[in-house]
Write a protein that binds this ligand. Structure first.
Ligand code: IVH
Length: 719
């Protein structure tokens, strides 16, 4: 997502900005979910993830009409099970927890319980407080007292069956002493202690480096070695091994803390339930504590915050659960989280380390971004070596210098931040950092336009950093997806001068002989295989007809992520139409520009971005050059559908009575309509709800076909 947008307070967002941001948030959250749950390779910290979700909720609260069909608030975090494991359907869903960050948040939580249950003020709310360990939650199914199956959370409804791996955990009871319900699901957390994580991290790092050295020597290397970023990640990776013997070698621990489906009730209170778990032989956190009333939470929170550093495992907060299970049942769930529990999180973690170097990276758009390289340090359970320094003003403002001891913080950001310099520890003779005014990649001038914070390389297409970054994006998995064309090969092809632009990739065939002559590419390559060049060329050939949406995404236009590329492809159908309309849209106020800005999910800001891209001659040339090589397939042609809305332009206005406007728009799009926000002579149908205003008037003026809600429903087959 674009930072400038996210920095606008929710209250100040325009409707168009809000729609655009909700689209970006849905995409970002989905990407993060998949990275975290399916690939065990998180792309952001939990705090950042939580911040995205909170922002999404806040925007939806202010603009309920803009809530998307694929809104992340409708789905619990998680991702569908990955291939390789059998699916396991949980008896009751495994949900998530809402967060609190302050005593006020907690008070609000307690108040909402009272409000919901209509409890008088004198009624006492007893809670159980449990340290929140950051591991992987698991569901353990016992039938007739015997452990039969165990699963990950997955998407909350369906997880992965990891029974064999869980059986390698020493602490997991195989059999429960009587009495027990016929069938019961027990939930808990599998995790690694800090010491085990650090040892495991060191070992994986060593294996990784060894592999790199072998690779540099041109020797054959096995599978990539994953270096875990935090204990949670290490635990997840260990539990999701296809070979249980690998899991058995990993130092995993278990703590049980919740119940799922049960054939008969086990207890009346959560504290009694925890006692029962202990009696059955489950490890239960000895730090968990019954709190007599809600006022005890603040002191417990402070106590845990103080003890946190000395604990054997990382905790990121405390979970407070209402003790009475009958109340829990009445309160139930809202969205993805129970109303009867909350996770009160600790503030961001900090650590001190030494700044070794300030690197300048050149991005795809030429932006020079400083990055701090530090002595690796553990910040709240994550090994950190790099931090963003944002831009040159930021470096000057904090006066960060190489050699300085700095305070690092991991909070709501993908990359940790440097909060401050420890002035007393500054080495003698240090110099303020001089931000380069030339591009470290190509030597071109790097300029900073008035009023902007970013310095950019002016090298454009001659700058290898920009070109290589663009090429990498172009061939990447979600873009053109050219197999065998990873970073290393792109670099080589670029260095050798064979590939300077995306189109060049499709003109490699005549150079096959030359490529076979390169070390590691040719007939005599060790491990590389003799078919490397042939395979690569075949992979390239096979991508000449990618779907239009991939092609658009591959161009790497700012703000055109996968979601927006899809919207554009669906709207314009063919490359030729899209190109023609984008060119026309470079004129502000043109019909094409209006049309572009009114595509649902695109909006005026993104329209400007696209127009700017097309206004540049070299971008048009590169696109045309590429279009001579590849012919993207047209996006699904809705006009073939036999719905009366297929291929039509539809506008909804006013309040609908029977469904939300969002849902109606989604239905129309499924039927092949293009839904736009503004009425023009190109509009085919205007669906007029209650209290419709100017749009209905304009429709009448233009003599457009209008439909009542009932007429629309009948034509759409909604009955
Ligand atoms: S209870 C419906 N208790 O936190 C309640 N969760 O954000 C669901 N977690 O997926 C969970 N310690 O991985 C619960 N004592 C605890 C926990 C705990 C850690 C994790 C768990 C869950 C996540 C929810």
């Amino acid at each position: 997502m674009t930072a400038p947008l996210r920095s606008i307070p929710v209250d100040a967002l325009t409707e168009a900005q809000a729609a655009e941001e909700l689209a970006a948030l849905a995409e970002a959250i989905e990407t993060a979910d998949i990275a975290y749950h399916q690939n065990d390779a998180p792309v952001m910290t939990d705090a950042e993830y939580d911040a995205l979700r909170r922002r999404n909720t806040a925007i939806e609260a202010r603009f309920p009409a803009l809530k998307r069909a694929d809104s992340p608030s409708e789905a619990p975090p998680g991702a569908a099970p990955a291939a390789g494991f059998a699916k396991f359907r949980h008896g009751t869903p495994m949900l998530s927890l809402d967060n609190a960050f302050s005593p006020e948040d907690f008070a609000e939580f307690a108040k909402s319980i009272r409000r919901f249950l209509k409890l008088p003020p004198e009624e006492v709310l007893a809670f159980v407080a449990e340290p929140k360990i950051d591991g992987l939650s698991v569901n353990l199914l016992y039938e007739k007292g015997v452990f039969v199956r165990g699963a990950t959370r997955g998407d909350g409804t369906v997880g992965e069956d990891i029974t064999r791996n869980l059986e390698t955990l020493e602490e997991l009871p195989r059999r429960l002493p009587e009495p027990f319900p016929d069938a019961i699901e027990i939930r808990g957390e599998v995790f690694m202690t800090k010491a085990d994580f650090l040892a495991f991290h060191a070992e994986q790092t060593r294996l990784h480096e060894e592999r790199e050295r072998r690779r540099e020597r041109g020797e054959k290397v096995g599978e990539a070695v994953r270096i875990p970023v935090n204990p949670r990640n290490a635990a997840a990776g260990s539990l999701r091994q296809l070979n249980p013997e690998v899991t058995a070698r990993r130092p995993l621990k278990l703590l049980a803390y919740a119940q799922g489906e049960s054939s008969s009730p086990v207890a009346d209170t959560h504290s009694a339930y925890l006692d029962q778990l202990r009696a059955w032989g489950f490890p239960v956190n000895p730090l968990s504590r019954a709190l007599p009333d809600e006022t005890a939470a603040e002191a417990f929170q402070a106590e845990m915050a103080a003890r946190r550093a000395g604990l054997a495992y990382d905790i990121d907060g405390v979970v407070y659960k209402l003790d009475r299970l009958d109340w829990q049942a009445r309160l139930g769930f809202v969205g993805r989280a129970p109303r009867w529990a909350i996770a009160w999180k600790f503030p961001a973690e900090r650590a001190e380390t030494v700044l070794q170097e300030i690197q300048i990276q050149v991005g795809r758009t030429g932006a020079l971004t400083p990055r701090a390289v530090m002595q690796p340090v553990n910040v709240g359970g994550v090994m950190v070596q790099h931090a963003t320094l944002h831009n040159e003003d930021e470096i000057a403002r904090k006066d960060v210098r190489v050699g300085d001891t700095v305070i690092l913080q991991r909070a709501g950001d993908v990359i940790p931040q440097i909060v401050a310099v420890v002035a007393e520890k500054r080495p003698a003779g240090s110099q303020p950092f001089a931000f380069p005014t030339t591009c470290p990649a190509c030597g071109s001038h790097a300029v900073r336009p008035e009023g902007e914070v970013v310095r950019r390389c002016t090298g454009g297409l001659v700058c290898p950093a920009q070109t290589v970054e663009r090429l990498k994006h172009f061939v990447s998995r979600n873009a053109m997806d050219i197999e065998g064309l990873g970073e290393e090969n792109i670099l080589k092809l670029h260095e050798e001068g064979l590939v300077r632009s995306p189109a060049d990739i499709f003109r490699l065939a005549p150079h096959a002989e030359r490529m076979r002559g390169w070390e590691g590419w040719g007939k005599s390559a060790k491990g590389g295989g003799t078919r490397k060049v042939a395979n690569l060329l075949a992979a390239i050939e096979s991508r000449r007809n990618v779907p239009l949406e991939r092609f658009i995404f591959a161009l790497g236009i700012r703000r055109i992520g996968e979601q927006n590329a899809k919207l554009l492809a669906r709207h314009y159908h063919s490359l030729a139409t899209w190109r023609e309309k984008m060119l026309a849209a470079t004129t502000i106020g043109s019909e094409a520009r209006e049309e572009l800005g009114s595509i649902q999910g695109i909006g005026p800001a993104i329209a400007t971005e696209l127009a700017e891209f097309f206004a540049e001659r070299h971008n048009r040339d590169a696109l045309d050059d590429l279009a001579r090589e590849v012919s993207p397939t047209d996006a699904e042609d809705f006009s073939a559908s036999d719905s009366p809305f297929a291929g039509k332009v539809v506008v909804f206005t006013g309040t609908l009575e029977k469904t939300s406007r969002d849902e109606a728009e989604a239905v129309a799009e499924r039927l092949g309509a293009r839904v736009t926000k503004s009425v023009s002579k190109k509009t085919d149908f205007v669906v007029v709800g209650a209290d419709a205003g100017s749009k209905a008037k304009k429709a009448a003026e233009l003599n457009l076909r209008t439909l009542t809600e009932d007429e629309w429903r009948a034509m759409a087959g909604l009955g």
